[in-house]
Each structure stands twice: as C-alpha cells, then as structure tokens.
Ligand binder design. Structure first.
Ligand SMILES: N[C@H](CCC[C@H](N)C(=O)O)C(=O)O
Length: 271
C-alpha cells in the first residue's frame, strides 16, 4: 500500500505524521516499525496520527506510536506542537488553538505569532499506581532508584539530577532503569542538569525510542520534579540537544510547554 506522510520535528525529536481524517488508520506494529526504521523506512522517533473527532469541543484525536517498537503510547509533547502545525498547514482547521483527545487526556495546543507552539500538557500525576510505578518494599532496596523522582505526564517518567548531562551515563543507566520491575509499563528516563533557578539542560532516554534529541513530556517531568525539589522557579528554559523548550508550572495545575515545530518534507512510502 502507498502511504502519504509528512516528516516533522520539534527540537530535534522527529516524527512521521499521518493524516487519518479521511481514511481509517489501519497500520500494524510491523508497518509502524518500518516507518520508524532509519535504514529500511522513513525514520522517526514517533509516528503521530491525526484522526477526526465527532466529540463536541474536541477538534481532533491524537494518537502516538513509538518508532522503535510500534507500541501506542499515551502522550508526546514535542509531537503535540507538530500536530497543531500540521493540521493548520494542511488546511484541516482554520483555528490557531485546537483541542485534541489522546488515549487518556485532552490537550489544548496554541500556535503563537512567532511560529512557536504553546501546549497545555495537563497536570502531572504523582500517585504511583497511575504512573504506573511499583516502589521498592523498603527505601534503598533498589539502589538505582535512590534520588530518582517518578511521575506521569500522561506517560511514565523517572528523573535524575546530574552534575553534567554531557557526562551522564544516559546510554547505560537509562535502559537499566527502564528494565526494573518497578516500571511495569516501562519508563522514560530523564537526566537534568540545573544551571540556575530558571535554566537547565536535559537528556532523555525514551521508552520505545532510546535517547532522543528532545523529549517534551520528559522535559516537563524534569521541571516539575525540580520545582518540587526546590531547584527551580515556576518558569524554566531547558536546553535539550536538539533545541530549547520553555516549561511553566505553578505548582498545582497544568504544565505548559512552549517550543518549535517544523515541517521537514512531505513524502510517500510503499508499505
Ligand atoms: N517515548 C515516549 C513517547 C514520546 C514522548 C516524547 N517524544 C515527547 O516529546 O514527549 C513514551 O513511550 O512514553
């Protein structure tokens, strides 16, 4: 089958975006992995699917699949910014602010005049069962989890503070933490370097993708963990390897993320 797609990126986190508003989305895991494959397919961190909505007050449905394993996941923050850029540029809406439903949340996405996009990422969740996270029976039972903050941004995150992200053991510690029984549905592992109360650097070893150049939900999770720990004020500029994200959280409501969203090319693939 021939599949039309648009390649997009948000702070270097890259996506294959599929317009499924006019025909049902029917790709299986093997086809999704092919889309994500950087040798045998298009190559992307995640596949984003735009579906029509019949729900009052909801403009679109937003589905996310990790490129490496084809698994459907709950949220993708950088993808959300590309989503609104896509639906606007493809004429699927005239709105600059759209509301979209994911598998477990409703997000508000707003195109700004400077081309950046501001996303209401919803509130963080700390209740272990909703992450999901199974804490060790006793603190210290699992040394890898000492000093790790665990929370959900709709998807699961583990956050560690490091002195320097460039020397952090991302490629080794990331997968080791992901493999722990404490995370029954896996986890995205963030490594955050605090520069000052309004600035940070980050690297994220993502579930189902490995290290990406940026992770929107992971950056939100790191800032939330840092605000709770007293490291940050309510607004933080975070430098990822692929670009700069601005995260705001008042300590109780939604987390807001502002950053870039760009189209790279349109294409057709034979699946
Ligand atoms: N790998 C993530 C999904 C993509 C998240 C990331 N690309 C973002 O921008 O939030 C997960 O399995 O939960």
């Amino acid at each position: 089958m021939q599949l039309s797609f648009t390649k997009m990126q948000g702070a270097g986190n890259d996506f294959v975006v599929i317009d499924a508003t006019r025909q049902p989305f029917e790709l299986g895991p093997a086809q999704l992995r092919r889309l994500g494959d950087r040798r045998f397919g298009v190559g992307c961190d995640q596949v984003l699917v735009v579906e029509a909505s019949t729900e009052p007050g909801i403009d679109f449905r937003y589905r996310i699949f990790n490129g490496a394993d084809g698994a459907e996941v709950e949220h993708c923050g950088n993808g959300a910014r590309c989503f609104v850029r896509f639906v606007r540029d493809k004429g699927l809406t005239e709105k600059d602010v759209v509301r979209v439903r994911t598998v477990n949340a409703v997000l508000t996405l707003a195109l700004a005049a400077d081309g950046r996009v501001r996303v209401d990422m919803g509130p963080p969740v700390f209740e272990a069962a909703r992450v999901p996270y199974v804490p060790p029976a006793l603190p210290g039972d699992e040394p890898l989890l000492n000093d790790v903050a665990v929370l959900s941004m709709g998807n699961p995150h583990a956050v560690l503070r490091v002195v320097d992200v460039d020397t952090a053991p991302v490629e080794t510690l990331g997968p080791r933490i992901q493999a722990l029984p404490a995370f029954p549905q896996g986890v995205n592992v963030g490594f955050v370097q605090v520069l000052d109360r309004g600035h940070a650097r980050i690297r994220v070893y993502e579930r189902g993708a490995g290290e990406t150049l940026a992770c929107g939900t992971g950056t939100c999770a790191a800032v939330v963990a840092g605000i709770r720990a007293g490291w940050f004020d309510a607004a933080v500029e975070v430098q990822a390897r692929g670009g700069l994200l601005r995260i705001e959280w008042d300590g109780q409501g939604s987390v807001f993320m502002t950053g870039p969203a760009e189209t790279v090319f349109d294409g057709v693939i034979q699946l």
